[in-house]
Design a protein around this ligand. Structure first.
Ligand code: FEO
Length: 393
């Protein structure tokens, strides 16, 4: 069902209540998502973005409930990732002469996905197109989160359409930030940032400062996933500056997998050490935990304590993905520590410490490696390890 978000500006997107995995199976989405697209009726008829291809019919029906798609003059494609461009081929069949506005990077990535001969018009930051009473103002948002990412600002209505930025994978009955559970909203906004945007934090800070310097009279921010920001819309912009700074909270995550509970007992002893020093913590058994929830907790926490028994000269396979994520997401301002049990070769703690060193994450103290099941002496060392992390954060 469409929503008129301002007079003559319609949300023509879809809510995906079913979605539980995104980017293939890379990202879990326990609260579903929404793919937002917009129709602006002025002298020119403008579409901003589309939706993922399984929802093409619903998207076209939404547009048809306002106008005949053949009347569309301009299609803005802020970002070519298929969740925002998947329905474009079907739309363009209905308005083949429409001008497709893309960023300069989008001029290669959009044809790279669809191999169609559309009438592309690349734009750069500061370019404006008059559509009648309103203008479209474009802002390149390179690496937020793809090279082609772009924001579009609609003057007069003063709506910023930033595509992925400021979004949440959050299916809701309502469209606005003031209508939903605030705990869920900000958890999903942070989860989205932590899992998708973290490596580009420097770009985020730079881009937001550039936009703030433009003094745009932003009244609404309508991202392409989740709810729109109309109540104090700049709160999410300032929240992004906070996320990008990655200061983290004085808390820790203890992550492990275990075969016969030796490493688990060590994890729990480390938790006792953290708590005795007044530091809140969460423990995750990686083999049965949601990877993206774990990454969100790492993002929030200054302390990251990772453990694994040694298997085949390294860590358990269930620990390897989080190690790849820690490396790839370029977390800042963390303190690390390692632990684990072993039988005849002590290798896992070394591998984890090497990872932290490669990632520029300082070690709070040397890791604890316990042979077979940890004795009380080794559990005491784990408690001391927790206290050492607490002191450093
Ligand atoms: Fe929502 Fe980068 O796609």
């Amino acid at each position: 069902m469409i929503t008129e978000i301002k007079k003559g500006v319609y949300w023509v997107g879809v809510v995906d209540w079913q979605l539980r995995h995104f980017h293939g199976h890379e990202l879990s989405t326990p609260r579903g998502s929404a793919y937002s697209a917009f129709l602006v009726i002025d002298d020119k008829k403008v579409i901003i973005d589309s939706v993922w291809s399984p929802f093409t019919q619903e998207y076209l029906d939404n547009i048809r409930s306002v106008i005949d798609p053949a009347e569309i003059d301009i299609v803005v494609s802020n970002h070519s990732e298929p969740d925002h461009s998947g329905a474009l081929p079907a739309l363009m069949e209905l308005c083949p002469n429409a001008t497709v506005i893309v960023s300069r990077q989008g001029a290669t990535s959009l044809p790279g996905h669809y191999h169609k001969n559309w009438n592309l018009k690349p734009v750069k930051t500061g370019d404006r197109i008059s559509i009648g009473r309103r203008e479209l103002l474009f802002i390149e948002a390179t690496m937020l989160h793809w090279p082609d990412s772009m924001f579009t600002f609609v003057t007069g209505d003063n709506i910023l359409f930033p595509n992925d930025a400021f979004g949440q994978h959050y299916a809701t009955a309502w469209r606005w930030n003031d209508q939903v559970d605030q705990g869920e909203l900000f958890y999903e906004a942070q989860r989205y940032y932590a899992n998708i945007i973290t490596p580009y934090s420097t770009h985020v800070t730079k881009k937001i400062n550039e936009i703030l310097a433009m003094n745009l009279p932003i009244e609404m921010i309508c991202p392409s996933h989740g709810v729109f920001w109309r109540d104090n819309p700049m709160q999410i912009v300032h929240k992004y500056l906070e996320y990008a700074a990655q200061k983290g909270e004085r808390r820790a995550v203890v992550l492990y997998d275990t075969m016969w509970n030796a490493t688990r007992h060590m994890a729990e002893a480390i938790g006792e050490g953290l708590a005795s020093a007044g530091v809140d913590y969460k423990i995750f058994h990686l083999a049965v935990s949601d990877r993206n929830e774990v990454l969100t907790e790492i993002f929030k926490s200054r302390g990251v304590i990772l453990g694994s028994p040694t298997l085949n000269h390294g860590v358990l396979p269930s620990v390897a993905p989080i190690m790849a994520d820690i490396k790839g997401l370029h977390f800042l301002n963390k303190v690390g520590a390692a632990f684990g049990s072993y039988g005849w070769a002590n290798e896992s703690v070394k591998a984890i410490e090497e990872l932290f060193t490669q990632c520029g994450i300082p070690l709070a103290a040397p890791g604890v490696a316990a042979k077979w099941q940890p004795t009380e002496e080794y559990l005491a060392k784990c408690r001391e390890l927790g206290k050492a992390v607490a002191e450093k954060i």
